[in-house]
Design a protein around this ligand. Structure first.
Ligand SMILES: [Zn+2]
Length: 307
């Protein structure tokens, strides 16, 4: 190789490396269990319901008004049904996309598909006819037998739903349960420790999923769908999760845009009594072994199990 060709080759390699580094990461953020992860009594009290939801939306809206909110409308008592309708209208007007997460968050492993689909219908949140109707499975359970899985999928399709898969699954709910206990105990120092451990865990989870997801798409990281929940933990700490994603080069996109990534058309034949990331489902469906994401730290798991 002469010097001129050598310089040209080095320049080409640098250019390609630059393009690889600039490859934009994208993520659609989804929050489940709206209006809020709280007790039935709290959600039935008009002032508490308003305070919980207003606080959460006030945190989220300046950061990511493209987030999709998955609602369990049956969690709000009949006395607050009008207020619930008002909340849904307000969130839609604020630009959020709303999805159905069933009315009452039932566990399909303990019921028939017919009863489960009745709860899906009771959870319908309406919305503009032109917009996609998104559905998120409670616990990410999609059916523990091939027959149930097929009947659930057919029932959702018949009702016009687009399933919203999750790629970045992360156990935020476990941190949230421990955080809730610390909150009730008035232990601010413990809340901070839990919040900091949560942000660290979410970085560890990305360290795992980013290269793992790229194995499905020829080395390119696909558009991710992040699953989080509406609760005190994320009200207080989501801004730091958002900052973590920005620091890693993510652009925040709508669920509709994320689902256009070809990864979401991969075959998905996972059948098990377990709610897992679609990255695992596609990996198994491609005949490869799952590599699980990191668990929360032991002290969080122990504190959760001690409840
Ligand atoms: Zn849920």
């Amino acid at each position: 190789m002469n010097i001129r060709t050598g310089i040209a080759t080095v320049a080409t390699v640098l250019l390609l490396a630059g393009q690889a580094a600039a490859q934009p990461r994208t993520v659609a953020v989804t929050f489940d269990d709206l209006p809020y992860q709280a007790s039935a009594a709290e959600l039935c009290d008009a002032d508490t319901l308003a305070a919980l939801t207003d606080g959460f939306i006030a945190m989220l809206k300046p950061l990511d008004a493209r987030a999709t909110l998955f609602i369990n409308r049956g969690k709000v008592c009949a006395a607050q049904a009008d207020r619930m309708r008002g909340l849904l209208t307000g969130w839609l007007a604020g630009g959020f996309v709303l999805g159905n997460h069933t009315a009452n968050h039932p566990n399909i492993h303990r019921m028939t598909v017919e009863a489960w689909l009745a709860d899906v219908e009771a959870g319908d949140i309406g919305g503009p006819a032109s917009a996609p109707k998104y559905f998120r499975h409670p616990y990410l359970f999609t059916g523990e037998t091939p027959e149930k899985k097929a009947a659930m999928a057919a029932g959702l399709a018949e009702r016009g739903y687009t399933v919203a898969p999750v790629t970045i699954d992360n156990n935020d709910w476990m941190f949230a349960a421990v955080y809730r206990k610390a909150d009730l105990a008035g232990d601010g120092a413990l809340k901070r420790r839990i919040g900091e451990a949560y942000v660290k865990h979410m970085a560890d989870v990305l360290d795992h999923y980013e290269p793992y997801s790229a194995e499905l798409t020829g080395g390119r990281e696909p558009a991710q769908v992040l699953l989080l929940h509406a609760n005190h933990l994320n009200r207080d700490w989501y801004p730091q999760i958002h900052a973590l994603y920005l620091k890693r080069g993510y652009r925040f996109v709508s669920l509709e845009e994320a689902l256009r990534d070809p990864v979401y058309a991969l075959p998905e034949t996972y059948v098990k009594a377990n709610g897992v990331s679609w990255l695992h489902r596609w990996t198994v469906s491609a005949g490869r072994p799952i590599r699980w994401e990191p668990d929360p730290p032991d002290w969080i798991v122990k504190a959760y199990e001690a409840k």
